[in-house]
Design a protein around this ligand. Structure first.
Ligand SMILES: Cc1cc2nc3c(=O)[nH]c(=O)nc-3n(C[C@H](O)[C@H](O)[C@H](O)COP(=O)(O)OP(=O)(O)OC[C@H]3O[C@@H](n4cnc5c(N)ncnc54)[C@H](O)[C@@H]3O)c2cc1C
Length: 291
């Protein structure tokens, strides 16, 4: 079995920063495992501005931030297209890569697997199962990585910052959302975001409006929503379910109690820059602990 000082699962901002700081502190035998084909994590497909303030003291787009992080880490052993399947023993992992399935172990293992938005199933939305219903992250992969436009006039659901990230992604692709609906009383985003949506982009934002069901025969044709006890339909050709983040921590089911976690896998959604700062601090503790 392959043995290392530290294995980090996930090459997003948190995983890469942990690895880079460990290397700076003299811990050389560090391996980062990443299931995607490239390192960089979520910022790779967040084509809009707003990344890096806490870590680099300047703002840049997600892809630029991701590229910067990945190139700063270019002398680290990052194994892409490598998915961690489970923990097999206290400090051992089973991984899948192009070489097949193998086991690896390390003195310390760090989980930096990030978060994901809640799926339609988790949000208990009724109606037909149709293509064209997706989270913001999936939309961004279509738009920024594959240059595709999955719909023309979707409804955006959500009340968080990421809801407006979905709007910016739509704008970038020439998609005109029919509206932003949130079941919550208030938005969990700066007050001027809905004003910008309405006056700059012509997209109305409505709170206290709950998505009940998605309708259509072969693709989305309308959504049914409830507001003040009244149910109505509105025509649209897609639905973007934004936010309601859950940590990507399925691996915890098999993880030992001494697992180290960093970044958004901890369960709270922070900015990418904040994840970098926190991960660097964590690396210092790991390096001391290994001495
Ligand atoms: C739509 C959207 C917009 C955002 N906008 C902003 C913004 O404007 N500014 C900002 O600062 N932040 C923004 N964020 C937040 C920012 O992206 C996160 O703070 C940051 O990516 C968290 O870094 P992380 O390393 O914890 O996780 P991630 O970036 O999610 O990286 C986790 C990595 O782990 C990998 N992984 C997961 N499971 C496994 C496994 N089993 N095996 C191997 N690899 C695995 C994943 O493929 C991924 O590459 C946005 C997030 C989203 C979703």
């Amino acid at each position: 079995m392959e043995n290392h000082d530290v294995i980090i699962i996930g090459a997003g901002p948190a995983g890469l920063s942990t690895a880079m700081r460990l290397r700076e502190l003299g811990v050389k035998d560090v391996v980062v495992l990443e299931r995607e084909t490239k390192a960089g994590g979520v910022p790779r497909h967040c084509g809009h501005f707003g990344f890096g303030w806490e870590s680099h003291k300047r703002l840049m787009s997600g892809p630029k931030f991701a590229k910067r992080m990945a190139s700063a880490a270019n002398d680290i052993d990052i194994r892409t297209s490598t998915t961690v399947l489970e923990f097999t023993m206290r400090n051992s992992l089973r991984v899948h890569s192009s070489k097949g399935i193998s086991d690896m172990s390390a003195k310390r293992i760090v989980l930096a697997t990030g978060t994901r938005e809640s799926s339609r199933a988790a949000q208990l939305i009724g109606g037909n199962r149709l293509p064209g219903v997706m989270n913001t992250g999936t939309l961004q992969q279509y738009v920024y990585l594959k240059n595709q436009k999955p719909f023309s006039n979707p409804m955006i659901i959500g009340n968080e910052w990421v809801t407006f990230s979905a709007l910016l992604t739509c704008r970038h692709a020439g998609i005109k959302p029919v509206g932003i609906f949130a079941e919550e009383q208030k938005l969990d985003a700066p007050w001027f975001f809905p004003l910008g949506a309405k006056f700059a982009y012509g997209v109305p934002v409505q709170t206290k409006t709950k998505l009940i069901a998605i309708h259509g025969s072969t693709r989305v044709e309308a959504v049914q929503f409830e507001r003040n006890g009244q149910r109505n339909m509105i025509a649209c050709d897609g639905v973007i379910l934004s936010g309601k983040f859950k940590p990507e921590n399925a691996l915890l089911a098999t993880a030992p109690s001494n697992i180290i976690i960093t970044g958004n896998a901890l369960g709270t959604v922070h900015t990418a820059g904040a994840c970098v700062v926190n991960a660097r601090a964590l690396a210092e503790t790991i390096a001391k602990d290994l001495q």
